[in-house]
Design a protein around this ligand. Structure first.
Ligand code: APR
Length: 318
């Protein structure tokens, strides 16, 4: 595919900078724009990343831009096809994602308003936490059609689940398929009925209590990394997930991925941004793809939707 277009990454912390690097190394975009409010940080990172081009052999140019609280500097994202929002605080050990809601809502609202002003046609991928709420807030603050705003969570939860199954069974990564739906947090809904190893149902390979233990580890996957790092949360797997979503949009690929998307009728659930499988393309979410669920998985997904819907209603006031 010919290289073209611009992707912007807002927030040049750990998550944002690794996402920008991955996107640049795909060599699919003309330009990756990286912004932050810390004076000089995005410019410095861009300079550094550009100097890796001769070694890694990619042509995409990285542009760093400091932005101000007044919206200055956002001209740099003009014309972006895709914007990834990573701005916001990350958790400290012992914090839940929900503890970040007020402070990150202020940041994400300000960012989203500037995105709407300067990149009005972009597809937006949100990663700031708490994820489901920040995705809903971004749609409200941009006023973009719902299919053009989505969040990254399911790709990461699924990757963690897959990786734990790989370790447990000592099988190749490529042989394992797992799925998680619902929200990024306590109401994550694992879908063991859709998990396979070389096409064999996971439920035939592991006892229920072992699967449950892997699910619990997945649900706490972010906290486990955080507890080890002590400062800053995970970013290698998260950035891989966000970059992969941006790639599906850029390539208009129709890839079906687990993402946080607007659900309106599927699974008997309506009016909420929720983790589901969706087909991605140039316009963002082409459609939510229905996955066959067992009765108990469906009941759990509906319960998750109710919990997330209630929280998302609050973001209007933040
Ligand atoms: N505009 C742009 N950037 C901002 C703004 C803003 N209004 N406010 C904060 N930032 C920047 C910070 O200056 C910092 O560089 O966001 C960056 C956040 O980086 P980290 O603290 O390293 O956090 P990171 O691990 O990258 O996580 C970012 O993703 O997973 C979520 O919970 C996590 O909400 C957090 C986000």
């Amino acid at each position: 595919m010919a290289r073209s277009g611009t992707v912007a990454v807002i927030g040049a912390g750990f998550y944002g900078s690794t996402t920008a690097q991955r996107l640049a190394e795909y060599d699919l975009f003309d330009t990756v724009v990286l912004t932050d409010i810390i004076e000089g940080r995005p410019e410095g990172l861009a300079l550094d990343m550009n100097q890796s081009r001769p070694v890694e052999g990619f042509e995409t140019r990285i542009v760093g831009q400091t932005t101000g609280q007044d919206g200055s500097g956002y001209e740099a994202i003009a014309g972006s096809d895709i914007v990834v929002i990573t701005a916001g605080l990350s958790r400290k050990p012992g914090m839940s994602r929900m503890d970040l809601i007020e402070v990150n809502a202020r940041i994400v609202r300000q960012v989203a308003e500037n995105v709407a002003r300067h990149a009005p046609d972009a597809v937006v991928i949100v990663v700031s936490n708490p994820l489901d709420e920040m995705t809903a807030l971004t749609q409200i603050a941009t006023g973009f059609p719902r299919h053009r705003v989505m969040g990254q969570a399911g790709m990461l939860d699924t990757a963690r689940f897959t990786s734990f199954v790989v370790e447990e069974l000592a099988v190749p990564v490529s042989s394992v398929r797992t799925l998680t739906l619902g929200s990024h947090g306590d109401t994550m809904v694992p879908v063991p009925s859709a998990c396979t190893v070389n096409g064999t149902p996971l439920t035939d390979l592991l006892p229920a209590d072992k699967i449950e233990a892997l699910v619990t580890r997945t649900r706490n996957g972010g906290a486990e990394v955080l507890a080890l790092l002590k400062t800053g949360s995970a970013y290698y797997a998260p950035s891989a997930a966000a970059a992969r979503m941006a790639r599906a949009v850029r390539e208009d690929s129709g890839a079906v991925l687990p993402v946080c998307a607007w659900v309106d009728g599927e699974y008997g659930i309506s009016g909420v941004y929720l983790g589901v499988t969706a087909e991605l393309g140039r316009q963002g979410v082409r459609r939510v793809v229905h996955t066959e669920l067992t009765d108990s998985e469906l009941a759990e997904l509906r319960k998750a939707a109710d919990a997330v819907r209630a929280k998302q209603a609050d973001v209007h006031h933040l």
